[in-house]
Design a protein around this ligand. Structure first.
Ligand code: TZP
Ligand code: MG
Length: 220
């Protein structure tokens, strides 16, 4: 409903840390990871699942939606059909997925659509075509996404930041050692997969990232 949208869409501006799930890398499973991350204060979850059937995904997506409740935005990666099936808060799509205008028609005006971009040109295009936020990356080299390409480096965050007005979620190879420079270069939030889900304490790692982003933002 409309109230839910307004609440969730304003949440989008408050995000410090953004968890993307990966059942292949997870130690305790996606539902456990989501539960711990939300308990730690993570305000957005993206369900990214490449190995399960559509049926399994729909079942799991309903569970994730329930765990997120009013506490966190719940997006589905790539699969607009799954997002619609469970009435998720939105989707995250890439340059090779459905065009954003088409995704918008299917999802409706009130849903959140995030788009992955790799450079200033794609970022400007994404904003023009109605993306609610950008995933920018891969910032560093990463083994998590096989076709992510070489890291574009943290300095490119500033370039993109200066060209657009929607929030930037920086993704790719972000860990405890390199996360500070990402935020200092203008990322609105940090995204991590392996740095969090490969840990045996997802809650603690999530808290670490939230705290460091908040500290840096409050300084600037
Ligand atoms: N898109 C660009 S890089 C990436 C995705 C999904 C993988 C990020 O995973 P990690 O483990 O945080 O590097
Ligand atoms: Mg994709």
């Amino acid at each position: 409903n409309k109230n839910n949208f307004n609440q969730k869409n304003s949440l989008l501006k408050e995000i410090d840390f953004y968890l993307v799930t990966d059942s292949g890398l997870s130690k305790k499973g996606t539902l456990s990871d989501v539960t711990e991350a939300v308990e730690a204060g993570c305000k957005i979850i993206q369900y990214r699942e490449k190995n399960k059937s559509t049926k399994e995904m729909v079942d799991e997506a309903f569970e994730i939606k329930r765990i997120c409740g009013e506490r966190a935005i719940f997006l589905v990666n790539d699969r607009i059909d799954v997002a619609l099936a469970v009435d998720a808060d939105g989707v995250h799509i890439g340059q090779e997925d459905m065009p954003i205008e088409t995704a918008r028609k299917l999802m409706g005006a009130d849903k959140i659509i995030g788009l992955t971009v790799h450079n200033v040109k794609e970022a400007i295009e994404a904003e023009k075509s109605g993306a609610d936020y950008l995933g920018l990356g891969s910032i560093f080299d990463t083994a998590t996404k096989k076709d992510a390409g070489k890291g574009i480096g943290p300095a490119s965050i500033r370039e993109v930041k200066n060209a657009i007005n929607i929030p930037i979620a920086a993704i790719g190879g972000i860990n405890k050692e390199n996360c500070k420079i990402v935020v200092e270069n203008g990322a609105d939030s940090l995204v991590a997969i392996s740095a969090v889900v490969c840990s045996d304490n997802v809650k603690r790692e999530t808290k670490y990232f939230i705290d460091i982003v908040q500290k840096i933002k409050n300084r600037s």
